[in-house]
Design a binder for this molecule. Sequence first.
Ligand SMILES: Nc1nc2c(ncn2[C@@H]2O[C@H](COP(=O)(O)OP(=O)(O)OP(=O)(O)O)[C@@H](O)[C@H]2O)c(=O)[nH]1
Ligand SMILES: [Mg+2]
Ligand SMILES: [Zn+2]
Length: 308
Amino acid sequence: MKGIVYKSTGSWYIVKDDAGKFWNARMKGVLKIDDITSTNPVAVGDRVDIEPEDSISHSAMINEISDRHNYINRQSPRFQHQHHIVAANLEQSVLVATLKEPKTSQGFIDRFLVASEAYHVPAVIIFNKADLYKAKEIEKFEKWKTMYEAIGYPIILASVIEGLGIEEIKQILKNKTTLLSGHSGVGKSSILNTILPEIKLKTQDVSGWSGKGQHTTTFAEMFDLPFGGRIIDTPGMREFGLVDITKQELSHYFPEMRGRLTNCQFNNCQHINEPGCAIKEAVINKVINEDRYVSYVNILESIEEKSY
Ligand SMILES: Nc1nc2c(ncn2[C@@H]2O[C@H](COP(=O)(O)OP(=O)(O)OP(=O)(O)O)[C@@H](O)[C@H]2O)c(=O)[nH]1
Ligand SMILES: [Mg+2]
Ligand SMILES: [Zn+2]
């Protein structure tokens, strides 16, 4: 029987079969897939083959995992050298960011975008909690919106409290499988609760953002959207650890750099101090945004540190 994994705790899974029935599934022995060392072999979004064990308690065994179209991998927070597959078979990746309570930095956003490019998953950014923005935050939002839209990333301004941007969010989610990511407390589960009134996900209590950054959502979970498509809620993350990206390929994951790379004098140019660098020239001429270039350099340096 075929199905899709809707929830994974690492030791058990909820699988929805093709007839629409949910099963509590476990893994049969140890299945090794691909060549990656991962802390979780089966992830939300995986297509699996299950064998029902008990149709009253709806328990089943996972026999086989189908090949993935793609997956999003993160460094395991507990084991540096292990990866954690967040979700598989995605069509879109949405970052929920906030400019207040808590603040999302540009560095974090750019790492998210690089990861999405590396996995070939189209990215969208939602700026939530617009009701809290004052002149300073509005100015920053406008600046970032211009910067990101110029390089092809859609930006949505939203407020769950005021119902702002919700229709726009539904439009981009329609008929796609989307992964929601972002820091803890930005309102990922709150957005889902507004879009899916019949579910009631746990959100941070009324006192709101405490600054302690405790996670409310603990496991990735997928939901069917009433207007078509699926969405995956995930636990908040502190950092975007980039895995499997080399220094040499990093600039390919900056869309504004990608088309100019062949104009650099050296084909192994890393766009730092090399002569005849088309990227540095574009930054000087303000064709490439300087803040984006700074993110590039920061990410490049973080890759360097890792290989020592
Ligand atoms: N002012 C304001 N508060 C919001 C908005 N959206 C969500 N919140 C509040 O922000 C807090 C965190 O929301 P959650 O939905 O739990 O955040 P989350 O991103 O799911 O957090 P984790 O599950 O820990 O990753 C809650 O107290 C929400 O009520 C908004 O648009 N404006
Ligand atoms: Mg949550
Ligand atoms: Zn260059």
